[in-house]
Design a protein around this ligand. Structure first.
Ligand code: PBG
Ligand code: ZN
Length: 338
């Protein structure tokens, strides 16, 4: 760094020389945003011709599988990196058993998307909170101490393995476990390998924080916890940043192919830290619902310009070191960039 500053000084050096035209700015730009980096989340629910607006996320809908297939076609046409499927099942129970049905909402959605867009990567979120009546991310443990032991980690691992195989059998290209259970990547890897899916990659939500920014998503996916919160399993925003590195290292050790930091914009420091410590590991960042909704609301009020603020936000996440961006703006960005 020192040496670079010694390269010269004003008036020999004028930083503005390389800023004066769009052509020259483009020539020296390093942070690139392309449709292939972007993954579009979709919320799928049973039925036909269902297109229910999500109030807290303008521009997004709960859709039925055949409409998800249309979205997949458009995503493929736009050159997006993939879609990430979330399912809202027809019924919920304490075990989340709807998540394990071969004819469940996610298998239906996977088949519809793959049929319509065979060259598009179809990634599935893997968790139980959309399927459990209590809204927690797994099987409940001791009911005597719900706050402390809300989710039985090890019992949930078995269920996650089953759910992963159900997704893989339906044709999922990649599995993205989001429940922050200890050992989840290893359990899912073992279940997939045993069932003959050794080549289905795992994108792990490795450093996922217990964030207030998931509010709009919980409305979209109908998965808010009915008691307590998720702080017993998701990371504490006040934890040492180094804890994120331990989480990532553990998931890589268990066989994660891609790791994720979530949310993105309040956690750019974590993205940069992970990037620097694990060169060569594909890093995804989830530009979560609250990040989308707050900027979207300001643009709807006329206080911010949507295109420029969204592109700047996503550019900042790329600059922090993320390769892959999961974002509710994926389609718009592809249009803006073309
Ligand atoms: C569920 C899940 C959540 C998100 C992705 N998967 C919510 C949560 O953990 O409560 C959040 C995504 C977003 O806010 O856009 N495990
Ligand atoms: Zn969950």
């Amino acid at each position: 760094m020192q040496e670079q500053f010694a390269l010269g000084s004003f008036p020999n050096v004028r930083m503005r020389r390389l800023r004066l035209s769009p052509q020259i700015r483009r020539l020296v730009a390093e942070v690139e945003l392309a449709p292939s980096h972007l993954v579009l989340p979709l919320f799928v629910r049973p039925g036909r011709a269902v297109r229910q607006p999500i109030a807290s996320m303008p521009g997004h809908f709960q859709i039925s599988p055949e409409l998800a297939a249309e979205e997949a076609c458009e995503a493929e046409r736009l050159g997006l990196g993939g879609v990430l499927l979330f399912g809202i099942p027809e019924s919920k129970d304490p075990m989340g058993s709807a998540a394990l049905r071969e004819s469940g909402i996610i298998p239906q959605a996977i088949r519809a998307c793959k049929e319509a867009a065979s060259n598009l990567l179809v990634i599935t979120d893997l968790c139980f909170c959309e399927y459990t009546s209590h809204g927690h991310c797994g099987v409940l443990g001791s009911l005597k101490e719900p706050e402390r032991t809300a989710v039985d980690n090890d019992a949930t691992l078995t269920q996650l393995g089953y759910q992963a195989v159900v997704h893989a059998r339906a044709g999922a290209d990649m599995i993205a476990p989001s429940g922050m259970m200890d050992g989840m990547v290893g359990a899912i890897r073992h279940a997939l390998d045993t069932a003959g899916f050794a080549y289905v990659p795992i994108m792990s939500y490795a450093a996922k924080y217990a964030s207030a920014l998931y509010g709009p998503f919980r409305q979209a996916a109908e998965c808010a916890p009915q008691f307590g919160d998720r702080r017993g399993y998701q990371m504490d925003p006040q934890a040492s940043a180094a804890q994120a590195l331990r989480e990532v290292a553990l998931d890589l050790g268990e066989g994660a192919d891609i790791i994720m930091v979530k949310p993105a914009l309040f956690y750019l420091d974590i993205i940069r830290l992970v990037r620097d410590h694990f060169p060569g590991v594909p890093l995804a960042a989830y530009n979560v619902s609250g990040e989308y909704s707050m900027l979207k609301a300001a643009t709807q009020l006329g206080w911010l310009d949507e295109k420029s603020v969204a592109l700047e936000a996503l550019c900042s996440i790329r600059r922090a070191g993320a390769n892959i961006l999961i974002t509710y703006w994926a389609k718009e960005v592809a249009h803006w960039l073309s």
